[in-house]
Design a protein around this ligand. Structure first.
Ligand SMILES: O=C(O)CCC(=O)C(=O)O
Length: 266
């Protein structure tokens, strides 16, 4: 999958781009079958919601799940990321964020407004916001099941949160710089708010400085996103956290075939 000039311009202008059905139903079935490798593996770095016990966040599945390794290095993700960043890239991080549905009253699967780059800059020493984040929709994402919300064009304002506003998120997994309400309002006055929605197999490309967040999923419909973050190869983190959070070994991407998910099934 190659992006055309209009798509690249839209990404550069808005800070995000949605490509519907980038992966076919048989490919998504391979990934769905592999989900327990993340949610039930004793080796997975899983963050559970303390109140409900449901899996909320898990980093680094590309290290131990063959299906998610193939997804993470899939040419339909790697080639567009190379084009958007205009350089060679490495895989910085992969993660699953899941909202199991029927959000328990005390549980929270919401994500406050934030920028991923500010966290990576603070915790890992990523020098510049030259990283593209790609969400692969493991479920249909609709207005019902708490889609990711983004503020278009907010990637152009640099880091707009303060380190003193960092709070632990996802059941205490790591600190994240939260953007204060007035700042969110100012950004949304300029760019509005857009929900990233689409059928299973859709992918959304997002600039690592784009302001985003999401609400609790009280619907009975699961909403799981697998996320890969590709970083420019010359933008390596100066003091990365452990490998499942931030690549400590910066390696070029192995070439995989376009049908690599289907061949795993057979
Ligand atoms: O899954 C979500 O709704 C939000 C996840 C998120 O904000 C992130 O991965 O940075």
């Amino acid at each position: 999958m190659d992006l055309n000039n209009t798509q690249v311009e839209a990404y550069q202008r808005d800070g995000f781009l949605i490509v519907e059905r980038a992966f076919s139903p048989p490919e998504m079935a391979v990934l769905d079958a592999a989900m327990p490798e993340i949610t039930e593996s004793p080796h997975a770095k899983v963050g559970r919601d303390p109140a409900s016990g449901t899996v909320r966040l898990s980093h680094g599945a590309h290290f131990y799940s063959e299906a998610f390794r193939r997804l993470s290095f899939h040419p339909r993700l790697v080639r567009p990321a190379q084009r958007l960043l205009g350089t060679e890239i490495h895989l910085y991080q992969s993660r699953l964020t899941m909202k199991a549905g029927l959000g328990a009253v005390q549980a929270s699967t919401s994500w406050p407004w934030h920028q991923d780059f500010s966290t990576w800059h603070m915790l890992d020493g990523m020098p510049e916001p030259r990283c593209v984040i790609i969400f692969i929709f493991l479920d249909d994402v609709t207005a019902s099941n708490a889609p990711l919300l983004v503020i278009p064009r907010s990637h152009k304002n640099g880091i707009i949160g303060k380190e003193s506003d960092a709070v632990k998120v996802a059941g205490g997994a790591y600190p994240q710089i939260i953007i204060q309400p007035n700042t969110v309002r100012e950004a949304a006055d300029q760019g509005g708010v857009v929900a990233l929605m689409g059928p299973v197999g859709t992918v959304a490309f997002m600039h690592c400085s784009l302001v985003h967040g999401s609400t609790e999923n009280i619907s009975p419909l699961r909403r799981a996103l697998f996320t890969v973050a590709f970083n420019a190869i010359d933008n390596r983190a100066r003091h990365p956290r452990p490998e499942h959070f931030a690549a400590t070994v910066v390696e070029s991407i192995p070439p995989l075939a376009d049908d690599c998910l289907l061949t795993l099934a057979s």
